[in-house]
Design a protein around this ligand. Sequence first.
Ligand code: ARG
Length: 406
Amino acid sequence: MAKKRVVLAYSGGLDTSVSVKWIQEKYDSDVITVTVDVGQGKDMKAIEEKAWSLGVLNHYSIDAREEFVEEYVVPAIKANALYMDAYPVSSSLSRPLIASKLVEVAEREGAQAVAHGCTGKGNDQVRFDVTIKALNPSLEIIAPVREWSMTRDKEIEWAMERGIPIPVTVKSPYSIDQNIWGRSIECGVLEYPEMEPPSEIFEWTKPIEETPDKPDYIKIGFERGKPTSLNGEKMNTLSLIEKLQSIAGEHGVGRIDHMEDRIVGIKSREVYEAPAATVIIKAHTDLEKMVLTRHEKLFKRLVDHEWAVLAYVGLWMDPLREALDAFIEKTQERVTGEVTMKLFKGNAQVTGRSSPYSLYDLSLATYDISTTFDQTAALGFIKLWGLPTVTAWALKKKLGISSSGS
Ligand code: ARG
């Protein structure tokens, strides 16, 4: 009888390499590995060879960088997505994409189960499991790292006994996850929130002490909310992000260090590098302030916040996200224009913006005498605008209630 088939998300690291053998042994199953390139900058060929050396039945290398940018990152830009006003949800966005590739391969290969290397303490397990179950509820989910209770040392011993190659990075105390949109660094000394992150953890951003003493000005062009040009040169969003990553990183822009509420209720200290995301979201937010009405912009903040939360908490597949996207897409019709930013000593500062859809009217805004604004209309407006407040105070006074209200 043919063995059961399990499709595993394979990164080439220690956990997922041990997972291959774990599933083969404990589940008496054939393993098919899938490595999805979302811009993690790893040698896909080397990962594939490693998978074959572990005796997999089949291996898939999928270059999903373009899809990741177009279907996940661009919507995040349009939503100005920052979880807890800080984290551009980079890792969060990649999980539903990787999960959907696992399901695709499982269906093609006639597999009964899919597997991933997430722990039971993090957010990623939620994102994987919910997406997989939404797409194909008949697939069983195996999460070896969540079920084995091995310490790191025990895991290395287990791997050595089975001839699993131990990556050199295993000595690093850090857990790193990176893609086109950002880089997350966890564990080691970072688990002490009162201590400054050691400089060795940063790879995409220079420390301020070493950044250039002269600023760089960049100009980002948007079309319907999507970044489409850099310094006047048209390019696809993937190349634009890659270019910006190094320009902004050179100026130390995009280091994020904050306290984060995980889905499972744990507070954790999280450190990220996301130079391009930091710059692009700032520019996009600013352009929206120029082209959206006050009412649109204020309401969109609520929608944006909800969008970032959904992406973070593993509910990418919820119909609510599609509904929010429909609203956001409508607002982006006029988000076309250019934003100039000054990059200097860790800062990305907007210094100018322009748009054919600008709602800014100089003749209204100017304090100059030539204004077209009818100042006499202000009087009646203020009377009605303040009416509820003034009425409430009149009552307070009548009843002798003190100004604090008590
Ligand atoms: N805290 C971030 C998030 O939940 C980063 C997770 C990084 N994942 C990892 N396996 N290292 O999105």
